[in-house]
Design a binder for this molecule. Sequence first.
Ligand SMILES: [Zn+2]
Length: 165
Amino acid sequence: MKTCTKCGEEKGLNEFHRCRGKKDGRHGHCKPCRCTATLAYAQTTRGRATRRTRREARRLTARGRATNLHRNTKCRAKKKGICFNLGKDWIEIRMLAGYCEITGVEFDFTAATGPFSPSIDRVESGGGYTEENCRVVCWVLNAAMNDWGLDPVLKLARALLEQQK
Ligand SMILES: [Zn+2]
């Protein structure tokens, strides 16, 4: 048994989170007290800033980015009633590769949704989010292809290049 230094209640050891720095290996405050404090901190300006910083840091790693992309795409698929069975690993491998699968342009991980942020494109736009029907491309290309696919974008790109000459 151990007494919580916050609420003063005596509780079993497993009512306290593990904490390496402490003599008995447990946190001084009990789990409910810690939980209340964590939730309260999250509501403060500083707590919100901390969460934002962590969220932004996560966006920059391949694993973190894959998690975000997986969650967001799955959510969008569910809303539209589209089948989704992409694995997080499948996305992470493509985040690690770091390049758009169609243009070869390097992904920009700093923005949440910038023109060169990674996005998941369905090859058959009416098909599902399956590993066979998907590829990871930059946002600007995905937006330009819309439901029309690559051909109109190629035509547009050639015309643009001609005009720039
Ligand atoms: Zn307590």
